[in-house]
Design a protein around this ligand. Structure first.
Ligand code: CUA
Length: 345
């Protein structure tokens, strides 16, 4: 059955129209966050590679279907069987071979991107402490903390990163499973108690991006957020040096610093720390709570930190406050208790 040239022109026209429509939907709607790491850039490439293939196949299929629906429609009074056609070997080979080739191409591109994204460039750490930078990411109900072993183990409640420096995030959890996600970095990785999971990230755009927990981990899950701040290299080094200097001084055991570095603010309200969390009891009302518990204020605060189930404020469930803070070093715990009791320290 010869195909008329007019039919081919019509088919192509329908295909181009469908493809243009699909391309507009793909391009005009911002489906992906604006990538801020080399890894996310590669993932975006895979996304667009697959999307382009999908649009091409969609245009072809839609053109044939629309053309057939209009052209070969049965007339209202027509009830004869269709012509007995036995298939077309050449056509079948083509429509098996082409998808096989496309799927193979997608696998190869994905495998290359995965391998590249999991690879952290090896540079001599001896000559440049920034290459690669190691950050220990610790998740706990319901906060993130970030520790920089290359800078005397200084800790921060926000993830500060120098731009264009390959970074190895070593992710772990103190209690239940959490999951680390910065949408602009393009990757997610579980935080599992007792194991260290490595996530290489090379941020390539300055800015502030959300750090989100994407594993349901308890009542405060939705509030378990922090920030990733990507800054120029020298700004990062200056920040790290300043923080490191503070580590040796009295600020290391400032109750306020302990409060913010351990993520207390994500669950509790406490004016002196500018905290407005609503998951746990309001810490501005600690004196009244101590009274209800029938204990002296400082003793009550210390006990509530190291043994949270000893007294549970009415209206809050048992086991909500993690017991992990019992492992705070004594000077930090003392400073935190004093700070919460209202003493400026
Ligand atoms: Cu941690 Cu959800």
């Amino acid at each position: 059955m010869p195909v008329r040239r007019g039919s081919i022109v019509q088919l192509v026209a329908i295909g181009v129209a469908c493809g243009a429509g699909a391309a507009l939907v793909a391009l005009l709607i911002p489906w992906l966050p604006h990538a801020a790491s080399e890894q996310a850039g590669r993932i975006d490439f895979v996304f667009w590679f697959v999307t382009a293939i999908c649009i091409a196949i969609f245009s072809l299929v839609a053109a044939v279907i629309l053309y057939s629906v209009v052209k070969f429609r049965a007339q209202p009074d027509e009830d004869a069987d269709g012509p007995p056609i036995h298939g077309h070997t050449g056509l079948e080979i083509v429509w098996t071979a082409v998808p096989a080739a496309l799927v193979t191409a997608i696998s190869i591109v994905s495998a290359v991107v995965l391998a590249k994204n999991e690879h952290l460039p090896h540079a001599s750490a001896a000559t440049d402490p920034l290459k690669p930078l190691v950050v220990d990411v610790t998740a706990q109900q319901f906060a993130w903390s970030f520790k920089y072993p290359g800078y005397g183990g200084l800790t921060s409640a926000t993830l500060k990163l120098p731009v264009d420096v390959p970074t190895k995030l070593r992710i772990t959890s103190l209690d239940v499973n959490h999951s680390f996600w910065v949408p602009e970095f393009g990757q997610k990785l579980d935080a599992v108690p007792g194991s260290w999971n490595n996530l290489p990230v090379t941020p390539n755009r300055e800015g502030t991006f959300p750090v989100i927990c994407t594993e349901l981990c308890g009542l405060g899950h939705a509030l378990m957020r922090s920030r990733a701040e990507v800054m120029p290299r020298n700004e990062f080094v200056a920040w790290a040096k300043a923080q490191k200097k503070k580590l040796g001084g009295p600020a290391a055991t400032s109750g306020k610093a302990v409060f913010s570095n351990n993520g207390c603010a994500s669950c509790h309200t406490f004016k002196a720390a500018g905290a407005t969390g609503k998951v746990g009891p309001d810490l501005d009302k600690l004196p009244q709570e101590a009274q209800r518990a029938g204990k002296p204020l400082e003793q009550f605060i210390r006990e509530s930190i190291v043994n949270p189930n000893a007294y549970v404020e009415p209206g809050f469930p048992k086991n909500l406050m993690p017991g992990t803070f019992a492992s705070l070093p004594k000077p930090q715990l003392d400073a935190l208790v004093t700070f919460l009791a209202g003493g400026k320290k």
